[in-house]
Design a protein around this ligand. Structure first.
Ligand code: UT7
Length: 334
């Protein structure tokens, strides 16, 4: 049986650090509130004019290619999870192929907000498992600062920019993506969305004046759904694969709010030291959080480690992936 294994990865966050103290100057908030309610201390913002989502991905993919020792022309497909593509069309994956020189690849974007990376990973896996392709790149990235209102304290304190990419290759060893459970409930769109810019409300002076091109979130409602559903689907995938708490090496949980990660870990019976966390430094980068966690923790990962990757986000979209890590991270030469 062929499985898809992650064989290399790369990540990128912009240099500019926006601290909670900086935000105190923009909106009525404070470091104590943000830290205790979310776990976030600072986030990165892509400030350079003319730089977009694809520019962050290109850096991450070039890192990945170097680590794996392959050229961009060997890539078959790029699946890019994002809601902040460079343009409405063509897809950001299409632009990335051009920028990295992936002459033999095609690609597409996948819109699932904070679940963008897990949806994309499950999708990319299919192209490997069927034997169709040998090298698929899966991206999770967002330039949230492009759609955030820095006068809205309900959203601007949470989000940041960044993301990463993983390479999927076939394996017949007992590693790789083992299982996934993905869910969606479109009625959740009322609580987290961007009102204008699409075909429902095409951009106009009026939509801009009314700030409809920014993220709208009813935080408490999203929080309640996230806590319940992410914990539930994580427990479900464990049960489906006969995994006990002690079998889990790492919980790789979308970084929306530390309290949501804690609730998921508790439901799974997983202790804090097994929960990957970097929300304090990057905030919520939407589709970017999971590849950024893998990037930060790569050196600690060992071949055979059991990872549960879970996310919840706009849509609503959510789910869990069970994978066995395929290589010893401490042997990777950056
Ligand atoms: O990643 C995609 C999915 N998104 C999520 O998972 C986000 C889920 N939601 C959350 O993480 C939380 O709901 C937030 C962090 C967005 C908000 O935290 P909360 O504990 O739900 O706060 P709240 O909205 O219930 O507000 C509590 C209080 C209110 O004041 P009163 O009415 O109790 O006097 C707010 O006006 O905190 C106030 N508040 C703030 N105060 C200081 C709201 N935002 C802020 C702020 N600074 N930035």
């Amino acid at each position: 049986m062929i499985r898809a294994a992650i064989t290399a990865l790369g990540g990128y966050v912009p240099d500019f650090v926006m601290t909670n103290q900086e935000l105190e100057k923009l909106v009525d908030t404070n470091d104590e509130w943000i830290t205790s309610r979310t776990g976030i201390k600072e986030r990165r913002i892509l400030k350079e004019p003319g730089k977009a989502t694809s520019d962050m991905v290109v850096i991450a993919i070039n890192q990945l290619l170097k680590k794996r020792g392959i050229g961009a022309d060997e890539i078959d497909l790029i699946v890019c999870g994002t809601i902040t593509g460079d343009l409405i069309f063509p897809s950001t994956a299409n632009i990335i192929c051009d920028k990295i020189g992936a002459k033999n690849a095609w690609g597409f974007d996948l819109s699932a907000a904070c679940s963008g990376f897990i949806y994309s990973l499950a999708t990319g896996t299919q192209f490997i498992e069927t034997g169709r392709y040998k090298k698929v790149i899966v991206v999770g990235v967002d330039k949230m600062s492009a759609i955030i209102d820095y006068q809205d304290r309900a959203t601007c304190i949470i989000f940041g920019d960044g993301g990463g990419a993983v390479l999927l290759e076939p394996t017949t060893e007992d590693v790789g993506i083992v299982d996934f459970i993905l869910k969606s409930d479109g009625s959740g769109r009322n609580y987290l969305h961007q009102k204008a810019g699409g075909s429902l409300n095409p951009p106009s002076h009026e939509t801009v004046n009314q700030k409809m091109h920014y993220v709208y979130q009813e935080g408490q409602t999203v929080f309640k759904h996230a806590v319940v559903n992410m914990a539930e689907v994580s427990a479900q995938i464990m049960e489906k694969n006969n995994l006990k708490s002690e079998d889990i090496t790492w919980l790789v949980s979308h970084q929306a709010n530390k309290r949501i990660c804690d609730a998921t870990a508790k439901r799974m019976g997983v202790s804090d030291d097994k929960v990957m966390m970097n929300i304090e430094r990057y905030g919520n980068t939407t589709a970017g959080t999971i590849p950024l966690l893998l990037w930060d923790y790569e050196k600690k990962l060992k071949k055979g480690d059991n990872l549960i990757i879970s996310a919840f986000g706009g849509g609503f979209t959510w789910g869990s992936i069970y994978l066995k890590w395929a290589y010893d991270g401490d042997k990777v030469k950056a």
